[in-house]
Design a protein around this ligand. Structure first.
Ligand code: ADP
Length: 484
């Protein structure tokens, strides 16, 4: 990869037990730059045997890592954090090159990703326990928190850095060791984190990275009894498959799955604030985030004004390679993403929706799509029930608060929801009525390391970030001391 200040950050091998290796089969997979569709490089296409070796390495490293003091683990995480910040520009460039998002957003992701490492370095020191008043005078009861053990970590392509640190950092802070399988579309950001972990002095085998196509790797992670926990971010079907696969050996699970976020603008909203929120929530990462507004519900009294203002903002957006200055929408991750977006838009148009944005200039290449605003969206359209994962803003018109809540909750998913109102009473009413793990009132931004992140219903299990994030990697041991 060109233009890196530290070229060694670009690794084309997996990391097993402190050694950079290829696949035992010798197979590789190509990784593409979505902006140009040129091959950036290859990574090993690892299989079940490579994954087993990585799990064994994690198992071997586990006792020593677990027995380090919290302060020692915290210090290593702090060093790792410092290296991420020091190499922020390289990491951001690599991220944009393999994932496509605008460089400024990539810088933001590296800062966000690194923030989890710092946060959990701090939390490592606060893993407490409990003493429980004894029911009899000759006994004492103590609750200890212990690491879960070896964790399998499977992550998607939309946040190739942050989705990994959000899992590895609490795992390591708790005393777990990990086998990470990044998305086959964006492995280099993960491998660069491995390089920095080594530089930070995190011992061999604590962080292992296996690359390649998911099936065999996933099968081994699910079947291997040494893996005590799986933490996954990705689609609901794969999450459900992993849950079934984890059932045989009763592994712990954290699942951060798909969403179908409603973004509700009431008549009494601050419209300019709502427009800002909609831009951030809908168009960040080209609309390819699981908390992206998927359905924008606008009350009849402000519908036309909101549509007009949003359209003006979207018309000003520039589409192009993420490395080009001024670009706000980069390429989509692959052809399948473009096909899904086109399918949703065609279906909406056939059912009466209208594109109100101007025709955008698109650069050459098949992975670009124009950001658009659609008016006249209705709940029978595909984009109402499926995540579009693209820069398409469908505006649904509603009349009453009850109607908006019913539409918003009318989905099997429950990750993020947003709403805009200036009324205190409505704020409480709607905030409590929405069946989602995260609700943004008068804000389109809900991701921070300090707050719990996660969903309800088919959007997943468990929470990442915050004080809760580390609990996902801790077991409770109740220690009864008798005969005193
Ligand atoms: P997305 O639509 O975000 O790509 P996926 O659920 O397909 O979501 O992918 C998320 C992660 O899950 C990726 O790392 C992918 O390689 C991995 N994955 C996909 N299928 C499987 C599987 N059968 N077993 C384990 N991991 C899988």
């Amino acid at each position: 990869m060109r233009n890196l200040k530290l070229p060694s950050l670009f690794r084309q091998e997996g990391l097993i037990g402190g050694t950079w290796v290829g696949a035992r089969s010798g197979k590789t997979v190509d990784v593409f730059d979505p902006a140009s569709q040129e091959v950036i490089g290859t990574v090993p296409d690892m299989g079940g045997d490579d994954t087993r070796a990585a799990i064994e390495a994690a198992e071997k490293a586990y006792p020593a890592w677990k027995n380090r003091t919290h302060a020692e683990r915290a210090a290593l995480l702090e060093t790792w954090y410092g290296l991420m910040i020091e190499h922020l520009e390289d990491l951001a460039l690599m991220l944009t090159t393999e994932q496509g998002k605008p460089l400024d957003e990539a810088r933001g992701e590296i800062r966000y990703g690194a923030s989890f490492v710092k946060w959990f370095a701090e939390e490592a020191r606060r893993i407490g326990g409990q003493t429980i008043p004894s029911p009899t005078p000759d006994r004492r009861i103590i609750v200890l928190k212990e690491p879960v053990g070896v964790c399998g970590i499977i992550t998607p392509w939309n946040f190739p850095n942050a989705m990994i640190t959000r899992k590895i950092a609490p795992a390591l802070a708790a005393g777990c060791t990990v086998v990470v399988k990044p998305s086959e579309f964006t492995p280099y950001s993960a491998l660069a984190l491995g390089v920095l972990a080594e530089m930070a002095g995190i011992p061999a085998g604590v962080v292992n990275i296996v690359t390649g196509m998911p099936k065999e790797i996933g099968t081994e992670i699910m079947a291997n009894t040494a893996v005590r926990k799986i933490s996954f971010t990705g689609s609901t079907p794969v999450g459900s498959l992993l849950m079934r696969g984890a059932a045989d050996s009763i592994k712990r699970l954290s699942l951060e799955l798909g969403g179908n976020a409603p973004f509700i603008v009431f008549d009494d909203a601050d419209i300019d604030l709502a427009i800002e929120g909609a831009i951030i929530s809908k168009f960040r990462n080209g609309g390819q985030t699981c908390v992206c507004a998927n359905r924008i519900l606008v009350q009849a009294g402000v519908y036309d004004r909101f549509a007009e203002k949003l359209t003006a903002r979207v018309n000003a957006m520039k589409v192009g390679p993420g490395t080009e200055p001024g670009v706000s929408i980069g390429p989509m991750i692959n052809d399948a993403a473009i096909a899904k977006i086109n399918r949703h838009v065609e279906d909406a148009l056939a059912k009466g929706a209208m594109i109100v944005t101007a025709k955008a200039d698109l650069p050459a290449g098949t992975q670009y799509t124009a950001p658009i605003v659609l008016t006249g969206a209705t709940t029978d359209m595909q984009l109402a029930s499926e995540e579009t994962f693209g820069p398409v803003a469908p505006l649904f018109r509603f009349e009453t608060e009850e109607e908006a809540i019913a539409i918003a909750n009318g989905t099997p998913f429950g990750l993020a929801a947003y709403f805009y109102t200036e009324s205190l009473k409505r704020a409480w009413r709607v905030g409590e009525a929405l069946e989602f793990g995260m609700v943004g009132l008068n804000t389109g931004l809900i991701s921070t390391e300090v707050a719990p992140f996660g969903g309800v219903k088919q959007s997943g299990l468990g929470r990442e970030g915050s004080q809760l994030g580390i609990e996902e990697y801790l077991e409770v041991k109740t220690f009864h001391i008798g005969g005193l």
